[in-house]
Design a binder for this molecule. Structure first.
Ligand SMILES: NC(=O)c1ccc[n+]([C@@H]2O[C@H](COP(=O)([O-])OP(=O)(O)OC[C@H]3O[C@@H](n4cnc5c(N)ncnc54)[C@H](OP(=O)(O)O)[C@@H]3O)[C@@H](O)[C@H]2O)c1
Length: 351
């Protein structure tokens, strides 16, 4: 049996449940699948939240569970129904919620989730984009951000924030953009050229000073505070607060797992955010990222036009993936952490 190195866990828990070791090599599971040799993969808070069991009521886990949504690599095998991709294509992808596992030498996934890598980015840079740029673009669209509108975005220095700010300024042509970050991140945010007001959250609470914003994107579980800064009729979208049950309705990979008790549970947890929105006459939505290759092609276009570039905090060799996870979980990053594979292992025969 052919094997591959992967970073995985076999039960929920703390970082100590993670292992790097050999697993059976990924295989095509459907005619529209491609097999990708992973050159680089980035990690996200979703990875450790899932490992801790935080999503177990919503997302099914297949054991052993390989870590990771994001990857960049090269297509080494195509299923019989694959139409857009060829062996040898350089690609990047955000894996669907029910087939995660990018911290492995090989990944198989439907071509629906895969796009050609932006030409002027390395594999490491491209791997830093998928989930963060997708959730950023999907949220800014949900906010109906448009030219001249005032946007508040909390957590501007994170993996999502650094990309959302650039998209807001360069693609959506927002007017004033305010963000929250710690003081030492100010120079990096200024260099992005996408922010007008930076609030040092350790010194000042943004909800005391910011007013009359058209919309807000919450990346720090502060949706209720954002509501004090947005005008009546405006909108707040969170990617970090508790999702109300209806936010998960559009995900076939969840297999209807949000029914009954879970729906009631999420409904209770998200009640106070929704009721504050109602009392302030604001629209409120939680956005759960929808992996999508066509949208990644659009994002690659923004990169090619110089409108978007990834911000990378640190790159680790795959052998040190557990250290990379530890750094991610300790927080205080600026942008993304990427894990790089030493490529050169033997490739499977093309079909
Ligand atoms: N809904 C979805 O589909 C989806 C998808 C992707 C991510 N997410 C969620 O979105 C959130 C952000 O993700 P991410 O990848 O950007 O995380 P991240 O890269 O870990 O970023 C966190 C950033 O926020 C800063 N920060 C921490 N507390 C802050 C505060 N109170 N105010 C302002 N900045 C603060 C941190 O720096 P300092 O601590 O140094 O200030 C760090 O730069 C996470 O909760 C993640 O799980 C959701």
């Amino acid at each position: 049996m052919e094997t591959m190195q992967a970073c995985y866990y076999t039960k929920y828990g703390k970082p100590s449940v993670l292992t790097i070791g050999s697993l059976p090599r990924a295989q095509l599971l459907a005619p529209d699948d491609v097999l990708i040799q992973v050159y680089a993969a980035s990690i996200n808070p979703m990875d450790y939240k899932r490992r801790e069991g935080g999503f177990k009521a919503v997302l099914e886990t297949k054991w052993p569970q390989i870590v990771g949504y994001d990857l960049a690599g090269v297509v080494v095998l195509c299923g019989t129904d694959v139409k857009q991709l060829r062996v040898g294509d350089e690609v990047f992808a955000c894996l669907p919620h029910d087939r995660t596992g990018s911290l492995a030498e090989y990944v198989s996934v439907s071509e629906y989730y895969v796009a050609h890598k932006p030409k002027n980015l390395t594999f490491v840079q491209a791997a830093a984009l998928p989930i963060s740029s997708l959730v950023a673009l999907q949220t800014l669209r949900r906010l109906e951000l448009s030219e001249g509108k005032k946007l508040l975005l909390t957590g501007g220095s994170g993996g999502v924030g650094t990309l959302a700010l650039q998209l807001a300024k360069n693609v959506f042509k927002a007017g004033t953009i305010a963000t929250t970050a710690s003081l030492q991140k100010e120079h990096i945010l200024t260099r992005l050229g996408a922010v007008d007001i930076i609030i040092d959250y350790s010194e000042q609470s943004f909800d005391q000073t910011l007013r009359e914003y058209d919309c807000a994107m919450d990346c720090t579980s502060e949706a209720k505070k954002c509501m004090d800064c947005v005008t009546q009729g405006g909108m707040v979208a969170s990617i970090a607060d508790t999702p109300p049950p209806e936010a998960l309705d559009d995900f076939p990979e969840l297999g209807g797992r949000t029914s009954c008790c879970l729906g009631m549970f999420l409904g209770c947890l998200s009640y106070s955010v929704k009721s504050k929105a109602r009392s302030k006459r604001l629209n409120y939505e939680y956005v759960f990222v929808a992996p999508n290759g066509e949208m990644l092609t659009e994002i690659a276009g923004f990169v090619d036009q110089g409108l978007l570039r990834p911000v990378i905090d640190k790159v680790y060799p795959f052998e040190l993936a557990l250290d990379a996870m530890e750094l991610l979980e300790n927080g205080h990053l600026t942008g993304k952490i990427v894990v790089e594979f030493s490529v050169g292992v033997s490739q499977p025969e093309a079909e």
